[in-house]
Design a protein around this ligand. Structure first.
Ligand code: GLU
Length: 444
């Protein structure tokens, strides 16, 4: 059976790191099995859903390289929900209720006051047809609840949490449709999962109690439930309810120079004890992705760690991947020389400026200046070639008896105006003979 997973965001905001992680894990699960990863836009809530967020979700997934194999939208499927709903009405699996929010609140308080669980008492089930008719005549429209089967045990083997079981008697019949006819999340989601042939539902542990009810909805819809796995939620490094994490999305991460490969390398492993490896691409991550490695403790997302992973990724990015992001004229040799010194691709421009000049080296003392004059003469006499830095420093070592820092630092300062930086053996050929001679002479 082809594995089909889905990512089902509600387009009521931008994707944040937590959603991105869910999307990625569903993508990895599908890719690993040679299956399909679907995007489902959960836009039943017309008031809060926005087209700009739908576009944003698609753009973010594209940036991450998590391209869906298909897309569905709940707002295009209302007729299908209606038909299934009518079947469930006819089968007595959904029923009309009229309690207001205040009445329900009062019922809950009474039960809690008596030390009982605040479960809906199914009072509306006892209404006669005459009473329903009277309500309709008075202009009172019902909302609808799904009738849980108290005799049917609810159990599934969760891909992350292990065996789960719930007693329907300890649960309220969930409201599936509002009095104005609009849908709540649970029933349309189950209907879609059946229609889309979803085999694996992987989502946050905040959905565990929804799953308990949905397991019975699948059965009522005449379909076997998919496999379920619920992940521990992501927390910020500073603690559980992190506002920053709830809003941190692709746009901000991009702005700070984070590459999609880094976000993917980190989020694929966060919550497992598997090491984060910036060398692994998405395919390799899919091959080694294992739900059983995820723990039940909240996974901590640390932005500093993301930046470290990002540096590791940048150090490995091939020229073809970054060409369009580099300053004009900067070629492959320059990229290869400079990338080990970058945390972010954007910093390449600074180093390219060091290569192309002009640069302003700091003033050096007389001894160093004399050394640099010797260096200029030595360089002028050498045959320019690929090993020029080795040749120059070897000749200077012999000529001046300088070594280590005393040998290298004045040269680096004169040639780059920086104390640290990319390997001079790679930089010097990029700077070129004329510019190098000019820099040594002017610093001497
Ligand atoms: N739209 C739901 C959410 O964003 C989807 C949950 C699910 O994966 O079923 O929470």
């Amino acid at each position: 059976m082809t594995v089909i997973t889905r990512f089902a965001p509600s387009p009521t905001g931008h994707l944040h790191v937590g959603n991105i992680r869910t999307a990625l894990h569903n993508w990895l699960l599908a890719k690993q099995a040679g299956g399909r990863f679907m995007l489902r836009i959960d836009d039943t809530d017309a008031e809060r859903s926005r087209e700009e967020y739908v576009d944003g979700i698609r753009a973010d997934l594209a940036w991450l390289g998590l391209v869906p194999d298909g897309e569905e939208r709940q707002s295009a499927r209302f007729a299908i929900y209606e038909a299934q709903f009518q079947r469930l009405v006819a089968a007595g699996r959904v029923y009309r209720c009229y309690e207001t929010a205040q009445e329900l609140d009062l019922k809950r308080k009474v039960l809690l006051g008596r030390g009982l669980p605040p479960i809906y008492d199914r009072a509306a089930l006892k209404l006669t047809e005459d009473e329903h008719a009277a309500k309709a005549a008075a202009g009172e429209a019902p909302h609808w609840r799904f009738l849980l089967d108290h005799a049917e045990p609810i159990a599934w083997d969760d891909g992350i949490r292990g065996p789960q079981s719930f007693d329907a008697r300890s649960m309220s019949d969930p409201v599936v449709r509002r009095a104005d006819g609009s849908w709540l999340y649970m029933l349309p989601s189950a209907i879609d999962d059946v229609d889309m042939g979803v085999t694996d539902v992987l989502r946050g542990e905040d959905h565990v109690s929804n799953t308990a009810a949905q397991v019975q909805m699948f059965t009522a819809l005449g379909a076997p439930p998919p496999r379920f796995a619920h992940e521990a939620l992501l927390t910020g490094s500073e603690g559980k309810l992190s506002k920053r994490l709830g809003s941190l999305g692709v746009a901000q991460l991009r702005e700070t120079g984070i590459e999609p490969e880094a976000l993917i390398a980190l989020l694929a492993r966060l919550g497992t004890s598997d090491p984060v490896d910036p060398a692994l691409d998405a395919e390799a991550l899919a091959a080694s992705f294992n739900l059983a490695h995820f723990g039940r403790a909240p996974a901590r997302f640390d932005e500093a760690e993301l930046h470290r992973v990002n540096a590791g990724v940048v150090h490995r990015l091939p020229f073809a991947r970054v060409t369009h992001l580099l300053p004009a004229g900067m070629g492959e040799a320059a990229w290869d020389a400079i990338r080990p010194n970058l945390d972010h691709i954007g910093e390449a421009a600074e180093w390219w400026q060091v290569v192309t000049g002009p640069i302003t080296p700091p003033a050096l003392d007389a001894e160093d200046r004399a050394f640099l004059a010797t260096a200029a003469e030595t360089l002028a006499a050498l045959e320019w070639g690929g090993e020029i830095w080795r040749g120059l420093t070897a000749a200077l070592k012999d000529a001046t008896a300088r070594k280590g820092k005393a040998l290298f630092l004045p040269l680096r300062l004169a040639l780059t105006a920086r104390e640290h930086g990319p390997d001079m053996a790679a930089l010097l050929p990029l700077i070129g003979r004329d510019a190098a001679l000019e820099r040594l002479r002017s610093a001497s």
